[in-house]
Design a protein around this ligand. Structure first.
Ligand code: MN
Length: 487
């Protein structure tokens, strides 16, 4: 269990970070002491692997340390105040963000999924919180076997519907695929068994085939003066293979990219040159050349794809990209931090900033920065609908339904959003199990319960604080009604 600390000490640039990490290690181990996971493993292993993953993604020191501490507030007697005192505001803020996210629960209503994904982002404030959550979820998926069947299904479904799409939108498509693949056997056990039985052999066959293609390609690239950094094979994920197979009536011959050959070169020029070399060797299939370098996918993915009639006329897919594109495809938004940091070690998240400044460094700002530096990713920003969040909040009913409201909304707005009658009869409210006044300002992630009184009528004073047009209209209508009855 020493390796995490050892690696951290090696990569760390500041003595203060090393010291904090050592302290986090001790405190997490102590706080989780005696706790086991359902598998019988010590709980500490879970936070250990979460932190290790964040280190692999090369996130900054506070994020890795927060990864180690991400469950202490929720699951042990160690409090947020202690955390602030021992580790400072930034790490406490990250851990608190992860704790808030534990309120997000997907209950299998597809229409709610998009709102829940937005809520995860709105609650996180800082993308690093999402990263910790994703690392946490990945380890939970890797150890899902130990849980009872019903829980397995719920978590697998939530992973597929909420967290894998989020990872994808953040450009971490490798992680998105990994999460989907881990969930797949729990959600589609029969389909998974079918694939195992029918495809496993095909994979091996295709790999042997590509072993014969490889030297021919390597020689041709060399003859054309293209330096290849790496060639490997990318087997199609179970989950995406299944989606594709369904479109082709389970005919495996129709899936050309069962295994694709991936070529990593130094420069963009080399990418296009390599594509030319491949097309000279083997004729391309019409309509299968994809230039995601000139036109990146909305999540920022860049590569050249082509399918050619390869050896023995077999349709075979090739993917060509630079090492930077490769790193981005693997690590998504995290990769951008690495490059920025490499260019200017004092900038970005490593620069010296006040805690308030860091707050400003919320995910929205981060995305905007990203947009400025990488103008091609406009679409990506749009796909996250950033503007949408600036003045919206996401709150939850006791049954887990997500309600989307304008910022500054109150329990009365919430009540009218549920149903006009609920609004009319609203006599009180509980937010996160505590009674609050009706003009209480709601915040993203709040769980809200409305207390009803049958005889209750809307009060004129509500008009002073309610936000939504729906609520205002209903209250005015009800007041007019009241006056009429009096007369
Ligand atoms: Mn956890």
């Amino acid at each position: 269990m020493e390796s995490l600390l050892q690696i951290f000490n090696k990569i760390s640039r500041s003595e203060k970070d090393v010291e904090l990490m050592g302290k986090a290690f001790r405190i997490a181990e102590e706080a989780h002491h005696g706790q086991t996971r359902q598998s019988g493993e010590p709980y500490f292993r879970h936070v250990y692997f979460t932190a290790l993953r964040l280190m692999e993604w090369r996130l900054d020191a506070p994020t890795i340390i927060a990864g180690l501490l991400h469950d202490v507030v929720e699951d042990t007697s160690y409090t947020l105040e202690q955390l602030k005192r021992d580790f400072g505001d930034e790490i406490a803020f990250l851990v608190d963000g992860v704790t808030k996210l534990s309120r997000v629960r997907y209950r299998g209503v597809k229409a709610q999924a998009e709102n829940l994904r937005k809520m995860v982002l709105a609650l996180s404030e800082d993308l690093r919180v999402v990263m910790i959550k994703l690392a946490d979820r990945l380890h939970n998926m890797e150890t899902l076997e130990a849980l009872p069947a019903q829980k397995q299904r719920r978590i697998a479904l939530e992973t597929t519907e909420i967290y894998a799409p989020l990872a994808y939108r953040l450009g971490m498509q490798n992680l998105a695929g990994e999460l989907e693949d881990l969930a797949f056997p729990y959600l589609y056990p029969e389909e998974y068994a079918w694939l195992q039985k029918n495809v496993a052999e095909k994979y091996e066959e295709r790999e042997r085939y590509l072993d014969n293609v490889r030297p021919i390609l390597e020689q041709a690239l060399k003859d054309n003066g293209i330096l290849v950094l790496k060639i490997d094979y990318r087997a199609k994920r179970w989950s995406s293979l299944w989606k594709k197979l369904k479109r082709h009536d389970l005919n495996l011959e129709q899936v050309y990219d069962l295994i694709a050959m991936r070529i990593i070169v130094r420069t963009v020029e080399d990418c296009y040159a390599a594509l030319g070399v491949i097309h000279q060797l083997w004729p391309p299939l019409p309509g299968r050349i994809k230039d995601y370098i000139a036109l990146p996918k909305p999540n920022g993915y860049r590569s050249l794809h082509t399918t050619v009639f390869c050896l023995d006329n077999k349709p075979t897919e090739f993917q060509i990209r630079t090492i930077a594109m490769h790193e981005e495809a693997e690590n998504g938004i995290a990769a951008h931090w690495i490059y920025e940091e490499a260019k200017n070690p004092r900038s970005f998240i490593h620069r010296k900033t006040s805690p308030k400044d860091k707050r400003r460094f919320a995910w929205v700002a981060q995305l905007r920065d990203w947009q400025e530096q990488f103008p091609g990713s406009k679409e990506f920003l749009e796909s996250l609908k950033v503007d949408f969040f600036r003045d919206r909040i996401f709150v939850i009913t006791p049954r887990g339904q997500v309600i989307d409201l304008p910022a500054g909304s109150t329990p009365v707005d919430f009540a009218y959003q549920i149903h006009s009658q609920v609004g009319d009869q609203c006599s009180g409210a509980k937010v996160n199990d505590k009674i609050v006044s009706l003009d209480h300002k709601l915040q993203s992630g709040d769980v809200i319960e409305i207390l009803l009184q049958k005889s209750k009528k809307p009060s004129e004073s509500w008009l002073n604080f309610i936000k939504t047009a729906t609520a205002k209209k209903r209250v005015r209508a009800a007041l007019r009604q009241k006056k009429k009855v009096k007369r």
